[in-house]
Design a protein around this ligand. Structure first.
Ligand code: FVH
Length: 283
């Protein structure tokens, strides 16, 4: 079903979102602070809103994707939101999403907050995901309309949940990047070909380790950190070994040292029999 959708914010991400909605046959109105960024979309059939208020007026679903939440509010302040659904796909904190949900509700609209798990080039491809939280009624109404941008997934009525899960996924990513960079520094210090190491050894190993994470999640939820794999004493010795080997190779272990500190602390507390999942109790 073709919908009237407005997209406010045509940076790299907003433009990709608007483009995917146009390609799916929706009637799209666009607005951007720097007006000329709308031109390529207008050439493809989008309508240009001269002001944010005019763009909002044109649609029942208003998608916002700008730099931050203060910019989102600036844009929407003079628009008549009454009876509309605002889907704010701007990246922010859970507290900002909750505050924005109240602000939008005061203006008579339903609110969805979104976390985009994709870069602009991934929009409209199978790997892209957008998390939504907030009004379930609004999500059900527009789930089909969201689909061309990225696979939509509703994560609950609490408006801050999409932002929180977005941050959690980024946290996992940063941890993985930290591990990769340390591994790469060690490998290059020995002049071993990094591309071979990465593709042939590291990636399969990380995939096998990642497959264990649902088991860890179960342990964390149950609070039972006993392990049949390797306890904290084994990991303490392993980390000690790692730290010494890095020092001998002349490579810093700065990105991983906080983990070693926490393992040492937990072992010193008499919890050497637990597995690594128990480290969560220290956070
Ligand atoms: N690009 C990415 O890979 C990430 C992926 C995950 C989600 N993010 C978030 O998406 C939001 C927009 O990011 P973007 O990539 O589109 O960023 P830019 O290309 O830099 O465009 C920024 C747009 O925001 C407009 N803008 C900034 N400040 C204001 C303001 N005060 N009032 C109105 N609009 C404003 C800007 O307008 P202009 O500079 O073109 O006039 C662009 O439309 C962001 O939350 C990412 O974290 C993207």
């Amino acid at each position: 079903m073709s919908e009237n959708i407005s997209v406010l914010g045509l940076g790299l991400m907003g433009a990709a979102l608007a483009d995917s909605l146009l390609a799916a046959g929706h009637r799209v109105t666009v607005w951007n602070r720097t007006a000329d960024k709308a031109a390529p979309l207008v050439a493809k059939g989008a309508t240009r809103g001269v002001t944010p208020a005019e763009a909002v007026e044109a649609a029942s679903l208003v998608i916002v994707c700008v730099l931050d939440y203060p910019a989102t509010k600036d844009i929407l302040r003079d628009a008549s939101l009454d009876g509309r659904v605002v889907a704010n796909l701007t990246t922010g904190r859970p507290a900002e999403a909750r505050e924005m949900a109240s602000w939008v509700a005061e203006r008579g609209a339903e609110y969805l907050d979104g976390g985009i798990m994709a870069v602009p080039q991934m929009i409209a491809t199978p790997g892209a995901l957008i998390l939504y939280s907030g009004s379930e009624q609004a999500y059900d109404r527009y789930e089909q309309a969201f689909a061309p941008m990225a696979r939509p997934r509703y994560v609950g009525a609490e408006p801050g949940m999409a932002a929180l899960l977005d941050l959690a996924m980024l946290t996992g990513m940063y941890g993985q990047i930290a591990g990769f960079l340390e591994a790469a520094a060690l490998v290059t210090s020995a002049k071993y070909p990094l591309k071979d190491f990465t593709a042939e050894l590291l990636v399969p190993w990380l995939n096998a380790m990642a497959a264990q994470q649902p088991v860890w999640a179960e342990k964390i939820e149950s609070g039972d950190h006993r392990t049949e794999v390797s306890n904290l004493e084994v990991n303490r010795a392993g980390m000690e070994n790692l730290a010494r080997a890095f020092a001998e190779q002349g490579v810093g272990l700065d990105l991983l040292l906080p983990m070693k500190t926490i393992i040492d602390r937990r072992v010193a507390r008499g919890l050497a029999h637990e597995g690594l999942s128990g480290l969560i109790e220290e956070l």
